[in-house]
Design a protein around this ligand. Structure first.
Ligand SMILES: C[S@@+](CC[C@H](N)C(=O)[O-])C[C@H]1O[C@@H](n2cnc3c(N)ncnc32)[C@H](O)[C@@H]1O
Length: 271
C-alpha cells in the first residue's frame, strides 16, 4: 500500500521526528536507515524493515516490487523534516531492532566491534543498532571524513581510527571484527589474520566479506589490489593457522557488472 503525506503535521511524521532522539529509538526498539543502498543492503541482510518513505520525485516502481511493506511518498518539505542527512537521496526507512544474526554470529548490545576498512560506513551503519560501539578503521582520511559526517545517524557509539593495516599495528581488543570488501587491498593475509586474532577478546568473532576468486576484471584499475578475490579453501587454512575455530563460509552477495557477475563470501570464525 502506498500513502501520500504532504504535511509535517501528519501523526506518522510527528512520530518519526521523535525518533531523531536516540533514546526514543531505543525505547521503541526501532532504528532509522537512510539511503537507497543502505536500505537494500539491510533488507538483503535480513533486517526487518517496517516502513519505507520516499521523496515524491524519486519513487520508483522497482522499489515497489522489492519491498512488500507499507510505503509513504513524501513531499520535499516533509521529507526534509524526517531526514538526518545534509544531502539525502530521498530514501528513508524505519526498521525494527530484533535479534540479528550475522549468519552464524549473534550480536549483542554490549559488544565493541572494529570495522576494518570501514569506508563511508555502509556495513557499520546497519550493524550499529545491535552493538554498543563500532571503531571505524581505515587508511583513507577522505573515507573517514565521510564516515564522520554520518556518525549522528548511527545507532551506537562510534570511534574513528586512521590506520594503514598493511604496515601499522593497532594495540586494541574487540569483541568482534567485521570487514567488507577490504582485505583484497591488504597484502599479507596470513599476517593480517594473526593480527586480527590477537585483537579479539576470548570467544570474539571475525566476519569478513570479500570477493571469491576472480580474473582481475572486477576493478577497472587494479592499483592497490593485492588479491583478485580469494579461494575459500586457502583462506580457511590461513584462518585456522592463525588460531581461529569454527571457520565458515556463506554466500553474502552477488555483484552484477556489465563484464560479469562476482560473488562475495562471508567468512565467519571464532577466537
Ligand atoms: C571497497 S572499500 C569498502 C568500504 C566499506 N567496508 C564498504 O563495504 O562499503 C575498501 C576500504 O578499505 C580501505 N583500505 C584499503 N586499504 C587499506 C589499508 N591498508 N588499511 C586500512 N584500510 C584500507 C579503503 O580506504 C576503503 O575505505
Amino acid at each position: 500500500m502506498i500513502n501520500k503525506i504532504a504535511s509535517a503535521q501528519n501523526q506518522k511524521i510527528k512520530q518519526i521526528i521523535k525518533l531523531k532522539k536516540s533514546l526514543k529509538r531505543k525505547k521503541a526498539e526501532l532504528f532509522v536507515i537512510e539511503g537507497e543502498k543502505e536500505i537494500k543492503l539491510a533488507k538483503e541482510s535480513g533486517i526487518y524493515i517496517k516502513e519505507l518513505f520516499f521523496l515524491e520525485n524519486i519513487y520508483q516502481k522497482e522499489i515497489d516490487n522489492f519491498f512488500n511493506i507499507e510505503k509513504y511518498i513524501l513531499t520535499a518539505e516533509v521529507f526534509d523534516k524526517i531526514s538526518f542527512r545534509k544531502s539525502p537521496d530521498g530514501y528513508f526507512a524505519i526498521a525494527q531492532i530484533k535479534d540479528f544474526q550475522l549468519k552464524n554470529i549473534k550480536l549483542n548490545s554490549s559488544m565493541e566491534i572494529m570495522d576494518l576498512g570501514a569506508g563511508t560506513g555502509l556495513l557499520s551503519y546497519f550493524i550499529a543498532p545491535f552493538v554498543k560501539k563500532i571503531a571505524a578503521v581505515d587508511n583513507s582520511p577522505s573515507m573517514l571524513i565521510e564516515f564522520k559526517k554520518r556518525c549522528g545517524e548511527f545507532a551506537c557509539e562510534t570511534e574513528i581510527i586512521e590506520k594503514d593495516f598493511n604496515s601499522e599495528v593497532l594495540e586494541r581488543k574487540f569483541d568482534g571484527i567485521i570487514s567488507s570488501m577490504t582485505i583484497h587491498h591488504l597484502e599479507d593475509i596470513s599476517s593480517l589474520l594473526s593480527r586480527l586474532y590477537k585483537m579479539l577478546n576470548k570467544d570474539g568473532f571475525m566476519a569478513i566479506a570479500d570477493l571469491d576468486s576472480e580474473d582481475g576484471s572486477f576493478h577497472s584499475s587494479n592499483r592497490g589490489v593485492f588479491h583478485y578475490g580469494f579461494n575459500r579453501k586457502d583462506l580457511k587454512m590461513l584462518a585456522i593457522e592463525a588460531g581461529f575455530r569454527e571457520v565458515r563460509f556463506d554466500l553474502a552477495n552477488t555483484i552484477n557488472k556489465p563484464n560479469g557477475n562476482f560473488t562475495v563470501f562471508l567468512m565467519t570464525a571464532i577466537k
